[in-house]
Design a protein around this ligand. Sequence first.
Ligand code: IMP
Ligand code: MG
Length: 189
Amino acid sequence: MPVPPFSAFEPFLSEDEIQAKVAELGAAIAADMSDSENVVVVCVLKGAVVFMADLIRHLPQNVTCDFLRLSSYHGGTRSSGTVRFDFDLTQPIEDKDVLIVEDIVDTGLTMSFLLEALQARHPRSIKLCTLLHKPSRQVKEVPLAYVGFTIPDRFVIGYGLDLEGKYRNMRYIAALPEQTEELLAKVDE
Ligand code: IMP
Ligand code: MG
């Protein structure tokens, strides 16, 4: 089935709003990490890749980057609740200062799983940075050091966030119209 073009979606967060927020988050993170020599920025693929790419360009030159992939979703717009590693970091994080970069914290199940898994590797510190937070759907509380935008319970796409793999390359974030969400929820059941 052909998907609607980007132009079918009104911005919920515009490109300018997102870029201003990324710069603000980057400045706050850079100030907080100024005494650390060993920062590993961890991108949670795939959703956080666009955010991470923009964010690291506001961070000091000594940071390193790594990637991991988790899955908690099997298509559709609602989390299945089970989380596993699809692939893992390429380096040990013992004694490192870890900054996890995530696109969105929804129920919190993915991030609480990841925090626990990475904490067991004895990093010096771990902080979480998420571009978006949907507190109304929280099941597990996770400590969020940096939050871009707190948003209502709507399914959002663009700027890394996908709908069945599509729309990650849209420059702004759109909220799906509610009828679409209901339709997709039915498909997912
Ligand atoms: P959580 O485990 O429920 O917090 O879900 C986190 C993951 O679900 C995120 O990393 C996203 O991949 C995905 N997700 C949750 N809400 C949305 C949304 O509104 N749009 C796109 N992906 C979402
Ligand atoms: Mg994600």
